[in-house]
Design a protein around this ligand. Structure first.
Ligand SMILES: C[S@@+](CC[C@H](N)C(=O)[O-])C[C@H]1O[C@@H](n2cnc3c(N)ncnc32)[C@H](O)[C@@H]1O
Length: 213
C-alpha cells in the first residue's frame, strides 16, 4: 500500500477545507503577511477534532503567537474547560490579547506571559492535553516538563516534526541545519518514550501525537 500523498491528492483533500469564519481568515492572512508561523490549516482542523473528541478539562499550549491555535482550541472546549497558553514575546502577547478579545474567549484562555522554562517548573496542576509549539531548539527540554505536567491518559500534540521536510532530507539549507538536527533528535526521543504511546503523523508540517500511560 502506498502511504505517500501525491501533491494532486493533497490539493484534492485541501479543496474540502474551506474556511468561512472571518476572524480565522483574518488571522491566517495576518500570519502570512507578517511571517508569523502558525499551524497549517489541516493541522489546525485535526487539532480541533482531537480537542472535541478528547474533551480535555485543562489544556496547556506552549507558544501562543497571535492566538490563532489558541482560539481554535478554545472554541472546541467544553463549558468548564480552560486553556493556559505560554508566550514570551511581548509583541505577540499584545496581538494575542486583542485577538482573544475579538473572539470573545477571555473566559476560556489564560495567557501566561514569559518564558516556558521559567513558568513550567512552577505549574503544580497537571493537564489533560498539551500542545507543544515553541522554539524548535527548545523542544527536547520543554518536552521533559510536558511529560511531568501531562496526566495519565493525557494527550501531547507537537507541531513541525517534519520541519518543512528537512528532517527527512539529505539536503538541508545552512540556516536550518541546527534546528533540523534538534528536531531529528527530538523525533527519536518522542517516539521512544516508554511512558508514551506515540507516533508522527504526516499532516501539515508533521504532527507528533502521544498518549501518556
Ligand atoms: C510557532 S509560534 C506558535 C504558533 C501558534 N501555536 C499557532 O499555531 O497559532 C511559536 C511561538 O512560541 C513562542 N515561544 C517560543 N519559545 C518559547 C518559550 N520558551 N517560552 C514561551 N514562548 C515561546 C514564540 O515567541 C512564538 O510566538
Amino acid at each position: 500500500m502506498n502511504n505517500i500523498i501525491l501533491p494532486s491528492q493533497l490539493k484534492y483533500l485541501q479543496s474540502f477545507q474551506s474556511e468561512n469564519d472571518p476572524l480565522i481568515i483574518k488571522l491566517e492572512e495576518f500570519a502570512k503577511n507578517n511571517n508569523v508561523p502558525i499551524l497549517s490549516k489541516d493541522s489546525a482542523k485535526f487539532l480541533e477534532i482531537l480537542i472535541s473528541m478528547a474533551a480535555p478539562k485543562r489544556v496547556l499550549e506552549l507558544g501562543t503567537a497571535i492566538a490563532y491555535s489558541s482560539i481554535r482550541i478554545a472554541r472546541n472546549l467544553k463549558k468548564k474547560s480552560i486553556l493556559h497558553t505560554i508566550e514570551k514575546s511581548s509583541d505577540n502577547i499584545k496581538l494575542a490579547k486583542e485577538n482573544i478579545l475579538k473572539a470573545g474567549l477571555n473566559d476560556k484562555i489564560v495567557i501566561m506571559e514569559g518564558n516556558a522554562f521559567d513558568i513550567m517548573p512552577g505549574l503544580k496542576k497537571k493537564y489533560d492535553f498539551i500542545f507543544l509549539d515553541a522554539d524548535k531548539n527548545d523542544y527536547k527540554q520543554l518536552f521533559d516538563y510536558c511529560l511531568i505536567l501531562l496526566k495519565k491518559n493525557g494527550i501531547i500534540f507537537v507541531d513541525n516534526l517534519l520541519w518543512k521536510g528537512f528532517t527527512a532530507s539529505q539536503k538541508v539549507p545552512a540556516e536550518y541545519k541546527t534546528s533540523t538536527k534538534y528536531i531529528r533528535e527530538f523525533n527519536q526521543l518522542f517516539t521512544s518514550q516508554k511512558t508514551l504511546n506515540s507516533t508522527i503523523i504526516p499532516i501539515g508540517d508533521g504532527i507528533g501525537l502521544g498518549v501518556k500511560s
